[in-house]
Ligand binder design. Structure first.
Ligand SMILES: Nc1ncnc2c1ncn2[C@@H]1O[C@H](COP(=O)(O)OP(=O)(O)OP(=O)(O)O)[C@@H](O)[C@H]1O
Ligand SMILES: [Mg+2]
Length: 228
């Protein structure tokens, strides 16, 4: 197996949350591989562990046991600083509820990922404007999120996710709050990024969203139940 070609590898990953002295097993031994440039959908009932799995992939959370390799590197044991460094260099997140900052303009929201990094202000601005144009919002950069439609807000979130040139885009129900037309536009945009080489993982309940992917992992009770 060519390790360089594998972006994500889970080996018997478990995740147990502890709440009020009670153990809640959420992932119960997940093993899978996702290759560089793939577009994978994750489906499964509510509570089956999809978001938990995505959060671990995105270095927002850690495995309880088992191993997680990202680009061949074992990151199961890294500390918070190392994980956040990986997040800011490699990963773009897109959420169902957009997670934009209401007080900031479209342009300022897009610039956020570079806000705390030592990047030249003018270059940051130039890149944010380019990305705003790329997602079709070049004429909306001074607007606030509340002045945009849901589909437009999600396009801002996609532009923001691209600010750090991620190798991996993780989207958790990216079309969950959108009508079907806006949902299709968002999926087309994500597929376009995938075709340019970015690995794309989309959690969804919607078979119409999953069908854009080349592979679907189905989760059930904290395990991958099957794949097609
Ligand atoms: N921080 C946490 N502490 C305790 N339990 C948690 C935590 N996060 C998730 N869980 C539990 O883990 C299980 C899986 O949650 P997860 O969010 O991964 O499901 P999901 O498949 O994404 O569901 P949905 O489709 O509803 O978004 C749920 O039973 C949930 O209550
Ligand atoms: Mg979820």
């Amino acid at each position: 197996m060519n390790q360089n070609n594998t972006t994500i590898k889970f080996e018997n990953v478990t995740k147990v949350y502890h709440l009020g002295g009670i153990d809640i097993p959420v992932l119960r031994g997940v093993s899978c591989e996702i290759k560089k440039g793939e577009h994978v959908a994750i489906m499964g009932p509510s509570g089956s562990g999809k978001t938990t799995m995505l959060n671990i992939i995105g270095c927002l959370d850690r495995v309880t046991s088992g191993k997680y390799f990202l680009e061949g590197k074992d990151i199961s044991t890294l500390d918070d600083d190392a994980l956040s460094e990986i997040r800011s260099r490699k990963i773009g997140f897109i959420f169902q509820s957009y997670n934009l900052i209401p007080q900031l303009t479209v342009l300022e929201n897009i610039e956020m990922p570079l806000f705390y990094q030592q990047v030249d202000e003018a270059k940051t601005r130039e890149k944010a404007i380019e990305l705003a144009q790329m997602v079709g919002l070049g004429d909306r950069i001074r607007h606030r999120p509340s002045e945009l439609s849901g589909g437009q807000q999600q396009r801002v979130a996609i532009a923001r996710a691209l600010m750090n040139d991620p190798v991996l885009i993780l989207a958790d129900e990216p079309t969950g709050n959108l009508d079907s037309v806006s949902g299709r536009e968002i999926m087309k945009l994500l597929c376009q990024l995938n075709q340019q080489g970015t690995t794309l993982i989309v959690v969804t309940h919607d078979p119409n969203v999953a069908k854009y992917s080349s592979r679907t992992l189905k989760m059930l009770d904290g395990k991958i139940s099957n794949e097609d």
